[in-house]
Design a protein around this ligand. Structure first.
Ligand code: NIG
Ligand code: FE
Length: 393
């Protein structure tokens, strides 16, 4: 499978900007990237697709989603809009627990169909890779049910799927210690054995898991050869970011309450810092200081955190726009944070970029200006989306 794409008015790799660019793709990977006038003779005889003078950016990577769930939480959203507090709703057995009940009531088939439809909305906006977490099952069999749905999504969707086991909250009626022990001694080994997840994540926060519980869960994950990630410093400051850095986690996510010392720890360890604009803005929390993190040397990532509670956000472009306006990133930085940097949150260096050897996932913008999709708010100019060099829509 050999193909050349020409007629690209402007291309972001994302780190570099090219004008009048061309791409050569073979067997699903980029084999040549440059200006059309410098396309080597060898490639000139390959089948050619003219993109019509449009802009091109890398396929976006959404490195933090909770895409699989039953039910919705519109009533809670309306309550919160009137001033009720997310933490209090969770403590009273609503919030995440409400989604746990709705997810339990749904069959695997229903959960699959719901998530498939959501994934398509992301694909149409150029998201070619999705991380998807479990975490609305809580009980071992219910977590495995979610992970099976995620595996099926990976087998059937055009997108690349990265599955993560999430320790979300202690189920109602369980002793905390017993639950953490079940997680470390039974669930993690089972998930590692069956290959149902590549990473383990913990919601380390007020109302969820303590720092000590989080350490126990993540250390068990590492023993079983799984990567680790963290929900860190969202509602309260817990020290989770420094734990993530210490354990060599792929990412520390949220960071609303993170301090300059936390940013330093991330910058030094290489653990990326993921900003989730949906959750920050919708829950009316402080917006993470993406500018200061970036300047401190953190690899900043932007993700949707799509979930039915804190972030019913379906738009990677809105996530980037919010981080430009409220986190003070430039448009070019925001794009990098949702593509090449975001792939690092999944341990992947071959995704989210247009470079020789990388997977040929890219987005054709319905404009000669590749960044026009960041300029227009709420009206998305996307022409087409390619995964592994093939049209995905
Ligand atoms: O990333 N913070 C914890 N977990 C999710 C929210 C889940 C929910 O509200 O259902 C998050 O924001
Ligand atoms: Fe989350």
């Amino acid at each position: 499978m050999k193909q050349v794409f020409t007629g690209i008015s402007e291309l972001f790799t994302p780190k570099e900007r090219l004008e009048q660019a061309a791409l050569a793709v073979q067997d699903g990977r980029f084999v040549w990237v440059g200006t059309e006038s410098s396309l080597p003779d060898d490639y000139r005889s390959w089948p050619r697709t003219d993109l019509g003078g449009r802009g091109v950016v890398p396929g976006l990577v959404d490195a933090h989603t909770h895409l699989v769930y039953g039910g919705e939480r519109l009533a809670e959203y309306l309550q919160r809009a009137r001033g009720e507090n997310y933490e209090a709703i969770l403590a009273a057995g609503g919030g995440i627990y409400a989604t746990v009940r709705a997810t339990d009531a749904a069959s695997e088939e229903e959960l699959y169909e719901l998530a498939r439809a959501r994934a398509h909305i992301f694909l149409a906006q150029g998201v070619t890779t999705l991380e998807i977490k479990s975490g609305y099952g809580l009980l071992p069999e219910a977590e495995l049910k979610m992970l099976r749905v995620i595996r099926r999504l990976g087998e059937t969707l055009p997108q690349r799927i990265f599955p993560t086991l999430l320790a979300h909250v202690v189920p109602q009626g369980w002793e905390r210690e017993k639950y953490v022990q079940m997680f470390t001694d039974e669930l993690i080994p089972e998930v590692a054995r069956t290959g149902l997840a590549e990473a383990v994540d913990v919601f380390c926060d007020q109302g969820a898991f303590t720092l000590e519980e989080t350490r126990a869960i993540l250390e068990a994950a590492l023993v079983h050869g799984l990567r680790v990630k963290l929900h860190a410093e969202q509602l309260a400051h817990t020290g989770a970011t420094r734990l993530a850095a210490e354990l060599g986690a792929l990412s520390a996510d949220h960071l609303e309450q993170a301090t300059p010392e936390d940013w330093q720890a991330l910058a030094q360890s290489g653990t990326v810092g993921t900003v989730l604009p949906g959750a920050a803005v919708i829950l009316r929390k402080p917006f993470p200081n993406a500018r200061a993190m970036w300047d401190a040397g953190v690899k900043v990532v932007i993700a949707s955190d799509h979930n039915p509670g804190s972030s019913p956000l379906f738009s990677p472009w809105l996530a980037m726009q919010l981080t430009m306006s409220l986190g003070n990133l430039s448009a070019e930085e925001a794009l990098l944070a949702h593509s090449e940097n975001a792939a690092l949150a999944l341990g992947r260096k071959d995704l989210g970029k247009i470079a020789v050897g990388a997977r040929a996932d890219f987005v054709v913008v319905a404009s000669a200006h590749a960044l026009e999709a960041l300029y227009r708010w709420g009206h998305l100019p996307i022409h087409s989306v390619f995964v592994a060099g093939a049209p995905a829509l």
